[in-house]
Ligand binder design. Structure first.
Ligand code: HAM
Length: 437
């Protein structure tokens, strides 16, 4: 008989898988708290319109969209950014600024399934609204780094590439590209790593009328890997706007260095980001070995809230994906092995003893300890084996003799010692044992 399979690119989380996912979420949530970010949530199904043109062609082509029974055009969310802009935009004037928010949620993109890319995945999103200056970038990039370093990953495991769409537009305009061409070219640069050097050169060739030194200039700008090289490349166009921009760059890099995070940051102008709404600094996190797709991506998007019809509010943020983060932690041996062990395992004689044990089991659970016992009556020998295999530290033994005497036998399964205590003291005995361990 045919069995049902889950859809391609969708994961099922067996308990050990869910324990790993929860581990990642717990760290992210805890780290966001230490940075003073507040958690929010939002609908998983949204009006399709929210993503039309705002997110960009690539995401639009990947939407899980359909008509609902009320004939509405809807879509599962492919990302959080337009949604969080709506939430913040709707209350823009009432919220205390800077607004520092985060969420952990599932997203859906009809992508070609490959290593690190699925059709349903989770993201940790963090965004700051209402702060136009590069101080917001410092705060967010530091949070991004800590969200990965919090697992024990170091600057040898991952890094953040920092770039700037403002400078790219400025530079391309100076080279003679119009706005539409510049956007198209930046889209191609985003795919460059997948296209390879030669294919990209061929692509640049397509822009007729450009002299070969301009084509070379685009390729050279993309290869910029330091602030010195960046200021040298834009020096010929010196002006107030550009020197202010370079001052912002220094502020971000100096701020992150002062936090001790300099080793995690790499100037890299080949990062331009595929999403349509980014306006200024953009950044992506990658594993150092380059084995995996991006761990995280983000940037400034100062126009999006206004484009959605709300007040003008500057914004910057990023999202980390759970898939690549999980793969990197596994690769580096930083994913703990989660064992779902009870604290206490109860070994129970017959039906009569069961009633006595049940009272204690419930009381011990209510006191906050994890207690397990065999659901059905089985031989003592089997129960002791189950107790040993369960990973519990304590066994409580309810034999006919013990129950008749009003006691319970408490066995320390690690030390292999045993003693009897009055049943009335069962909860206190368990509490004492674990407060000392
Ligand atoms: P994004 O670069 O599209 O940005 O996604 C961010 C991260 O989500 C990626 O680096 C990756 O780890 C993960 N991710 C994306 N697509 C998939 C997929 N199909 N399978 C597995 N993981 C995936 C955004 O979504 C922006 N909205 C981030 C942002 C927040 N910008 C400003 N605020």
């Amino acid at each position: 008989m045919a069995t049902f399979q889950s859809l391609p690119g969708f994961r099922e989380f067996y308990p050990e898988d869910l324990a790993r996912r929860n581990h990642i979420f717990r760290r992210w949530r805890q780290t966001a708290g230490t940075f003073g970010f507040a958690e929010y949530d939002a609908p998983v199904l949204e009006p399709l319109e929210l993503y039309k043109t705002k997110s960009g062609d690539e995401i639009e082509a990947q939407l899980f969209s359909f008509k609902d029974k009320g004939d509405r055009e809807v879509s599962l969310r492919p990302e959080m950014t337009p949604t969080v802009c709506r939430l913040v935009g709707a209350k823009a004037n009432a919220l205390k600024r800077p607004i520092k928010w985060f969420s952990i949620a599932e997203f859906y993109r009809y992508e070609r399934a490959q290593k690190g890319r699925l059709r349903a995945f989770y993201q940790f999103n963090a965004d700051i609204f209402g702060e136009p200056g590069p101080e917001a970038e410092i705060e967010l990039i530091a949070l991004l780094v800590q969200c990965l370093a919090g697992f024990g990953l170091t600057a040898e495991d991952f890094y953040v590439r920092l770039s700037d769409r403002d400078l790219w537009f400025f530079y391309l305009e100076a080279l003679g590209f119009d706005d539409a061409q510049a956007r198209e070219l930046l889209g191609a640069i985003d795919r460059f790593e997948k296209m390879g050097d030669d294919a990209f050169k061929g692509y640049v060739e397509k822009f007729g009328g450009l002299t070969s030194d301009k084509k070379d200039a685009v390729l050279a700008f993309m290869k910029i890997r330091s602030l010195d090289a960046l200021s040298a490349a834009i020096a010929p166009f010196a002006g107030e706007k550009l020197s202010a921009r370079l001052a912002d760059w220094c502020k971000v890099l100096d701020g992150l260095a002062a936090m001790g995070l300099g080793d995690f940051i790499q100037v890299d102008l080949s990062v331009v980001r595929g999403l349509a709404y980014y306006t200024g600094f953009v950044f992506e996190a990658f594993d150092r070995k380059g084995d995996l797709r991006a761990l995280a991506g983000g940037g400034r998007y100062n126009d999006l809230i206004k484009k959605l019809g709300y007040p003008d509010l500057p914004a910057v943020g990023f999202a980390i994906g759970d898939v690549t983060t999980g793969l990197l932690l596994e690769q580096r041996g930083l994913m703990p092995n989660f064992v779902q062990a009870p604290d206490v395992y109860c070994v129970i004689g017959g039906e009569k003893e069961r009633a006595a044990a049940f009272g204690d089991i419930h009381a011990i659970r209510a006191a906050g300890f994890r207690v397990d016992y065999p659901l059905k009556e089985v031989a003592f020998g089997k129960q002791f084996k189950a107790a040993a295999e369960s990973g519990a530290k304590l066994a409580l033994i309810y034999g006919a003799d013990e129950v008749a005497k009003g006691v319970v036998k408490v066995r320390d399964l690690t030390e292999r010692t045993e003693r009897e205590v009055a049943r009335a003291d069962a909860v206190a005995t368990v509490r004492d044992f674990f407060s000392g361990s």
